[in-house]
Design a protein. Structure first.
Length: 274
């Protein structure tokens, strides 16, 4: 009897020794629902290994449009939401799905189009005037149409321009896709498209596309991060999720974000409020 108990104890200790590190690794992980631009720009591939090295926490990213990322948070299927649509983020907090929104960084939107520029918008500084010219020229415009932060911004600019485009108009093409696939469509069709600068700088399949309109203050693109409310969803990893947020807005995290560059050009500019 004593021998069998001893063997059982040895077997149990062996199982703990074998499975312990794996269980620990699973415990030290969080799920972040985020916009496609943070992933497709290469930012996450750059900063997350640095964060993991510092804390031991693995960040598993679900990259979708901002609207979908917020919905994932509303279902309690993520620990942290990291997106770029301030009005929608503030609504998320008001609804009680988070208790606080933190600003992290910004870049800007740009209007991309073919070098031939049939709508004659090149060099313009007003995004709404440019959209009016595109609509008047009936030249292809590619919309993400995916309820993302970029799509929400695009719709605000169309509204400001006094135009309500729809898929029933042949020149307005809705893709329902992320930024990278939408840019591929624009490249294939030689069409115009609104993009975030980060994804554009990392995008390789440009074809004849170039930046035509930039610099309008309305094109400012702010990113925010929120912990999903553990009072609503007790399974949310509050401590590790908050550790990720605290690192993003710390001097170290902000410096790491600022150091991410492509061909010497900085993609995101940290502006966490101290």
């Amino acid at each position: 009897m004593k021998k069998s108990i001893r063997n059982l104890l040895l077997a149990t200790l062996t199982a703990i020794a074998l499975n312990g590190p794996q269980a620990f690794a699973q415990e030290k992980s969080i799920v972040v629902s985020s916009t496609t631009s943070t992933e497709q720009s290469g930012l996450f591939n750059y900063i997350l290994p640095i964060f993991k090295m510092k804390t031991g926490i693995e960040v598993k990213v679900v990259a979708v449009g901002t609207g979908q990322a917020l919905d994932i948070g509303r279902r309690g299927d993520a620990d942290v939401v990291f997106v770029h649509d301030k009005p929608a983020e503030e609504k998320f907090v008001e609804e009680g799905f988070s208790t606080k929104r933190y600003e992290v960084m910004y870049n800007d939107f740009i209007l991309i189009g073919p070098k031939s520029d049939p709508a004659k918008i090149a060099g313009g500084k007003d995004i709404q005037v440019a959209l009016q010219k595109i609509s008047a020229a009936q030249t292809p415009f590619i919309s993400r149409a995916d309820k993302s932060g970029t799509h929400a911004a695009e719709l605000r600019y169309w509204k400001g321009a006094g135009i309500a485009p729809s898929s029933s108009q042949p020149w307005y093409k809705e893709t329902g896709s992320g930024m990278g696939p939408a840019l591929n469509t624009a490249s294939a069709m030689n069409g115009y498209i609104l993009a975030d600068r980060g994804t554009w700088l990392s995008f390789k399949n440009r074809g004849d596309l170039v930046i035509l309109v930039q610099g309008d203050p309305k094109l400012f693109n702010q990113y925010g991060v929120m912990l999903v409310n553990p009072a609503k969803f007790p399974h949310v990893k509050k401590v590790q999720g908050q550790e990720f947020i605290d690192w993003l807005i710390s001097k170290n995290g902000q410096d790491v974000i600022a150091s991410y560059k492509i061909d010497g050009e900085q993609l995101f500019f940290p502006n966490a409020k101290k």
